[in-house]
Design a binder for this molecule. Structure first.
Ligand code: SAM
Length: 355
């Protein structure tokens, strides 16, 4: 390499950036430990604690807790009080790290990169062969991490914001309709809707048998098993119940033939019925600039979304950054005449389609 062409300032800045990312990856393991050992929960609302006090509260060994606390302070994940040599989890930090019902609770999300590392050999093979890797072939932390992480976002947005953003759908749900949740995963979206609309009936479908088993458990635990049922089924061919609403939560882009999935939805939609498509937020064209949301989604898409779509034949591999225009085209090809953006968040596009 010709070192004369190296811009030292640019090199220094980039090395700093790469080291910061490496530290974040180490920090993710600390977050997972803190969550699973109950350390964050033991700190939440407790005010400043010494390592010994936190060790006693959490039932963990003090020497490890002390080191972990210093890692947390160095990460800016807890506040260190030098005068008392104590550590405090501030209320904002507690929302992100200790409160499992908070919409910004993050620890579950670290299961996803854990699964990506565990599956590295499989991903290397997909690159070399061009073959796919199905959702269910991944380390189990993938499905659990995604489900638990998305659940709180759905809890905050689905019933209060996204469904009301669709034309006339809340009134139909209140009156009672059949709803399909296609690619339902662990069924958290299905359960939330079932809880909010007792007159409607909900049917979750997914190709992944372990996810369907988890969805049944989640519905039973939430007391909506009578209203929400789940079956292992593909996005093309699930039973026709003349659905008033068909939902695809963060899954259409994973499918090997999204046009066929949308065509089938058109077939089993009741007259006046609506498709709600929730997809990762993305512009229509990636500008190639650094962007945190795009970085997250393109990385996940490389090893999971594209790999799953290819495992299903890969007729159209949208990836997790498809954008509204490409999704609109999928629905146009499937025979839908109405398609609009109903809502959005920094992470999601909420799209409405009618025949
Ligand atoms: C990213 S996960 C999203 C799960 C869930 N909707 C959520 O938001 O938590 C994608 C899901 O789509 C499912 N899936 C992929 N291809 C499918 C297909 N052709 N038919 C039905 N489900 C499919 C996967 O098994 C997986 O559960």
């Amino acid at each position: 390499m010709d070192t004369a062409t190296i811009d030292q300032a640019r090199l220094d800045a980039f090395v700093t950036r790469a080291i910061e990312d490496l530290a974040s990856a180490y920090g993710g393991v600390m977050v997972s430990l803190g969550h699973r050992l109950g350390l964050y929960k033991a700190m939440a609302g407790a005010g400043p604690l010494s390592a010994g006090e936190l060790a006693a509260r959490s039932g963990c060994a003090e020497r490890y807790v002390h080191e972990w606390l210093n890692a947390q302070a160095a990460s800016g994940y807890v506040q260190y009080h030098a005068a008392s040599a104590s550590y405090e989890l501030l209320p904002e930090q507690a929302l992100v790290l200790a409160d499992e019902d908070s919409p910004v609770f993050i620890p579950h999300a670290w299961q996803v990169p854990a699964s990506m590392w565990a599956d590295e050999e499989k991903s290397l093979e997909t690159f070399r062969t061009g073959q796919g890797l199905a959702w269910g072939e991944h380390d189990g932390r993938l499905a659990c991490g995604v489900a638990a992480f998305y659940r709180n976002g759905y809890k905050a947005c689905l019933v209060p914001q996204w469904l009301p953003a669709l034309e006339g759908v809340v009134a139909q749900l209140q009156a009672g309709i059949a709803v399909a949740d296609v690619g339902c995963g662990h069924g958290h979206s299905t359960v939330l809707m079932a809880q909010a609309f007792p007159r409607s009936r909900f049917f979750g479908f997914d190709v992944h048998a372990d996810s369907i088993a988890a969805a049944r458990r989640n519905a039973a635990a939430a007391g909506v098993a009578g209203q929400a049922s789940f079956a292992v089924a593909r996005a093309v061919g699930y039973p026709n119940r003349h659905f008033g609403l068909i939902c695809f939560f963060d899954c259409l882009h994973d499918m090997g033939d999204p046009v066929a999935a949308a065509q089938y939805a058109a077939e089993v939609l009741a007259p006046g019925g609506t498709v709600m498509l929730v997809e990762p937020f993305a512009p229509d064209r990636f500008d190639g600039q650094p962007d945190t949301v795009a970085r997250l989604y393109y990385s996940a898409s490389t090893t999971m979304c594209c790999a799953h779509a290819i495992s299903e034949g890969g007729k159209l591999v949208l990836g997790a950054q498809a954008g509204e225009a490409r999704l609109r085209e999928v629905f146009r090809k499937a025979g839908f005449t109405h398609f609009r953006r109903a809502a959005q968040t920094p992470f999601n596009l909420i799209l409405e389609a009618r025949r």
